[in-house]
Ligand binder design. Structure first.
Ligand code: AVI
Length: 322
């Protein structure tokens, strides 16, 4: 029996996504140590805060990846078959995909994202700016199998997964995702993936502890979301943002730290916190080029090219289905 069902039934007509959020949040906050999934950062406010993060002076990944895509555009274009379909896993800002669409002769673009409304707004803008491009948005969770539009069945397929979002997966999840993408895209497909690189720890630390406190607001926003969507009573002033680099596990960890002993309620369930106790909210894995290509090899892909910026801050990989 689902022990949380009565509490959920009391809430205002939960849709499927809210029910999943409730189940995950209650399950994850009941763990030791407590945790919350980073996928719940991205409501409208969280997405805006993330866009603001990408413009911070300390947050180098977005502008560095854009630089690589811009500088290596012709090389990337040279390995893309004419008339191919570009399938983007997750669809945020269109800045990166626009660079590829300008340089390469794609016939179709398929953005795949759970947020259908957002997808359709982005799709309209791209249709306006690239009148010869067929745009087929797919509203789906890209981490699980989904079906590609029939219209691109006979086109060569190129997957696109920029932004080092792969770093937010645990290594076994990253492997599962790459295998699933390989299945979905099929024989002879290619894939372009952005992965953040290991580097000086101070640079990594600063990127997730910006002076303006935007990352802290982004992290705390998951509690705002629990309060609003799940009727929680988190006192935001009683939690503080912490991001640290875990060298052994090659990852930035984000936490929300309880400043005092406290009890929080959500959907009829109480969660007690000790002073200093953490909710682990995100991991952001950093790869070396070799560790990333080994991951790709173990997940059904053959690395074809790896590009980095001059300071070796970020990497973009072209993979071919094996
Ligand atoms: C989306 N993702 C790649 C970002 C990252 O760097 O791991 C999310 C983020 N978390 C804090 N700042 C940015």
């Amino acid at each position: 029996m689902n022990v949380h069902a009565p509490a959920l039934a009391d809430a205002h007509l939960p849709d499927e996504q809210t029910s999943a959020f409730a189940r995950d949040a209650i399950g994850d906050l009941s763990q030791h140590p407590k945790r919350l999934s980073p996928k719940y950062f991205y409501d409208a406010t969280g997405s805006e805060l993330f866009e603001a993060i990408t413009r911070l002076p300390e947050y180098y990944p977005t502008r560095t990846e854009l630089g690589i895509l811009r500088d290596r555009g012709s090389e990337i274009a040279s390995i893309i078959p004419k008339g191919a379909a570009l399938i983007e896993f997750g669809a945020g800002s269109t800045t990166k995909v626009r660079l590829l669409l300008e340089k390469c002769a794609f016939a179709a673009y398929v953005p795949v994202d759970i947020s259908g409304d957002f997808l359709h707004v982005q799709a309209e803008a791209l249709r306006r700016d690239f009148p010869d491009l067929a745009v087929y948005p797919v509203a789906a969770d890209f981490t699980t199998p989904f079906t590609l539009p029939a219209a691109i069945r006979d086109m060569p397929k190129v997957g696109f997964f920029p932004g080092s979002t792969i770093g937010n997966f645990e290594p076994h999840e990253a492997c599962r995702f790459l295998r699933s993408a390989r299945e979905i895209l099929g024989e002879a497909a290619q894939m372009i993936v952005g992965a953040d690189l290991e580097k000086d720890e101070r640079v990594l630390y600063d990127a997730y502890n910006d002076a303006a406190g935007v990352t802290a607001r982004f992290n705390l926003n998951v509690l705002v979301r629990i309060n609003r969507e799940l009727g929680g009573n988190f006192d935001l002033s009683a939690f503080t943002h912490r991001a640290i680099y875990n060298r052994e596990r090659h990852r930035i960890e984000m936490h929300l730290i309880s400043k005092k002993p406290q009890t929080v309620r959500m959907l009829g369930t109480s969660f007690s916190f000790r002073p200093g106790e953490s909710i682990h909210t995100e991991n952001s894995y950093k790869y070396s080029v070799d560790r990333f290509t080994a991951l790709a090899r173990g997940s059904g892909w053959r690395p074809r090219e790896s590009w980095t910026d001059g300071n070796r801050m970020f990497s973009v990989h072209a993979l071919v289905a094996d």
